[in-house]
Design a protein around this ligand. Structure first.
Ligand code: NAP
Length: 524
């Protein structure tokens, strides 16, 4: 059990009590009283604060008292003598834990005073912390061992800034290799996942804020995010991990979509945002890190910009399975990690493209046809970028006859040659006689919501119009198509279908499609 500890960073007693109430109501399982935020710090004030939380709130919630050194992230620069006074008095007042900097604990006077207080209140425990706000520690394992050598009953707390998601793996390794009580994670946005995975790997606690305003460290998540979005209460050592690899990923809907569906299907699976910054080299390092640590339990990934081609190259280089049409498209958006081969310790990795599946499923369900039905329909595809390529590959694979229209004619020509289609400049669009028109450009996408690739007068009742743009859900093109009486297919429907296909690849089971649809629509 890894409790959620919520820092109370208040300037005075009233504010502290208010924050403590909010934290307990929100589901905090431990409170960290950050007394270095108190504006007029005294040992009496800290004792009153502990009493207020313990008695007035009638709470059984364990308390950590911290008076952080300004040099290690403290709010106000209080003297070491006062800080040690605060902690020794907190021990006497019943605080279950006090947190002190390991570096300062090496000073004999500080050490003796804290040890004496702890010997008089054996129920209180000491957390010995080390922070690196710039980067990784030089040798985190050595530091961990030093802390326990100096004071074996301590709970070591080792926290460092991850400048890239690949920096998190040292924290994971330390948690994996050790099993006594310890607190280890990485700060900063690239380190965000380490706060969540800490529970799976048995960290003594994880910190969360009441809300964004009250965060005391970069990358700290709120209690609400951890409990509602990241399935905090369900995470255990057997939880299987998934996530979306991309840059940026912060605004991706995929964690909400997949976690809600995992929860609905009562699956012990968790889906995370995986910010992999940089190009191929960093993606390769990230995936190598994952494959070298099967104990982390990663089982699959969604892949988005800018890694769709790099992910395909990675799987090919690892001689993993690549879905043939994904290889033809030249990009993948789904990776699945399977059990290791009998002859190898490294898991097998497979690559798929559910963007094209999503597009095909969106069209067939809206037009009430099977994939075999495409050969009888004249289709116009607008655009020659990544999405157009996936759509054209899938449709030509189903024997459809396609004409590609693009602003840059050379690109249309190249795509058309590769998939044996016709092509034409964008200016020829008004003369189209297609039954199905698919917009694969970003025309009409937020913020250019008043733009459309096709004049209104060209839209007819006997047409079906599919706009892959999903922000906004109803583009000007779709609105005008509806007014003309044409059938419309939304980019959102493609997005939901591709997520449903991904869920099936991840779990082997069909998702609750209506639920997935509802989550996506609710987020908008
Ligand atoms: P991409 O590779 O950058 O291709 C963009 C395409 O749009 C190119 O053909 C480009 O023409 C054309 N284009 C852009 N601005 C234009 C303009 N002002 N006038 C005429 N043509 C213009 O992008 P992509 O990855 O294919 O994504 C395209 C769209 O698909 C995105 O905007 C997104 O809304 C949508 N999408 C939907 C989903 C879904 O699940 N529904 C998933 C991914 C993407 P040039 O070749 O002349 O530059």
């Amino acid at each position: 059990m890894t409790p959620l500890a919520v820092p109370i960073a208040a300037k005075n007693l009233d504010q502290a009590e208010d924050q403590a109430k909010k934290a307990i109501d929100a589901g905090a399982e431990m409170l960290e009283l950050r007394t270095d935020y108190l504006e007029v710090l005294s040992t009496d004030l800290v004792k009153s604060l502990i009493a207020a939380v313990k008695t007035k709130r009638a709470s059984q919630i364990p308390i950590i008292v911290t008076c952080r050194d300004k040099l290690q992230g403290g709010a106000i620069a209080y003297s070491d003598t006062l800080r040690v006074d605060v902690l020794t008095n907190a021990v006497g007042a019943g605080a279950e834990f006090v947190d002190f900097e390991y570096e300062k604990f090496l000073f004999v006077d500080n050490q003796e005073r804290i040890k004496l207080a702890l010997s008089q209140s054996p129920k209180s425990r000491l957390i010995l912390s080390a922070h690196n706000f710039e980067s990784k520690f030089d040798n985190i394992e050595e530091l961990y061992r030093h802390i326990l050598t100096v004071y074996p009953p301590a709970i070591p707390k080792l926290v460092y800034t991850a400048n890239h998601i690949n920096d998190c793996f040292e924290a994971f390794d330390l948690l994996h290799k050790t099993n006594c009580e310890r607190i280890v994670w990485s700060m900063g946005t690239p380190g965000l996942i380490s706060r969540i995975i800490a529970k799976k790997l048995g960290s003594f606690l994880t910190y969360a804020s009441i809300d964004d305003k009250n965060a005391t460290a970069p990358g700290q998540l709120t209690i609400g995010q951890l409990k509602n979005l990241y399935r905090w209460n369900d995470i255990d050592c057997d939880t299987e991990l998934y996530g979306i690899i991309g840059s940026p990923v912060a605004h991706s809907q995929s964690p909400a979509v997949h976690n809600t569906c995992f929860s609905d299907s009562r699956m012990n699976k968790l889906y995370l945002p995986l910010l992999v910054e940089g190009g191929k080299e960093n993606l390769d390092r990230f995936l190598n890190n994952i494959l070298a640590r099967s104990w982390l339990g990663f089982r699959g990934f969604s892949v988005t910009i800018p890694h769709k081609q790099n992910a395909l190259d990675y799987v090919k280089a690892k001689q993993g399975f690549v879905e043939p049409l994904a290889e033809k498209i030249g990009a993948v958006n789904t990776l699945v990690i399977n059990e290791p081969r009998a002859t190898s310790h490294e898991p097998r990795i497979s690559a798929y493209n559910t963007d094209y599946t999503g597009a095909m499923d969106a069209i067939t369900s809206a037009m009430d046809i099977t994939r075999a039905g495409f050969k009888d329909i004249t289709i116009a595809v607008i655009g020659a970028g990544g999405v157009a390529r996936a759509v054209v590959a899938a449709l030509t694979n189903a024997d459809a006859k396609i004409k590609i229209y693009n602003r840059t004619l050379k690109k249309a020509e190249k795509l058309a040659q590769e998939f044996n289609c016709d092509f034409a400049p964008l200016d020829n669009l008004p003369g189209i006689d297609a039954k199905l028109l698919i917009n694969c450009t970003s025309i009409g996408m937020h913020p250019n919501v008043d733009e459309t690739p096709l004049p209104k007068k060209c839209l007819r009742e006997d047409m079906a119009i599919f706009d892959t743009v999903y922000n906004p859900a109803e583009t000007l093109l779709l609105r005008q198509a509806k007014q003309a009486g044409a059938k419309t297919i939304t980019g959102l429907s493609m997005f939901i279908n591709q997520a449903a296909a991904q869920f099936k690849l991840f779990t082997g089971q069909d998702t609750n499609f209506e639920l997935m649809q509802k989550i996506v629509e609710d987020i908008r």
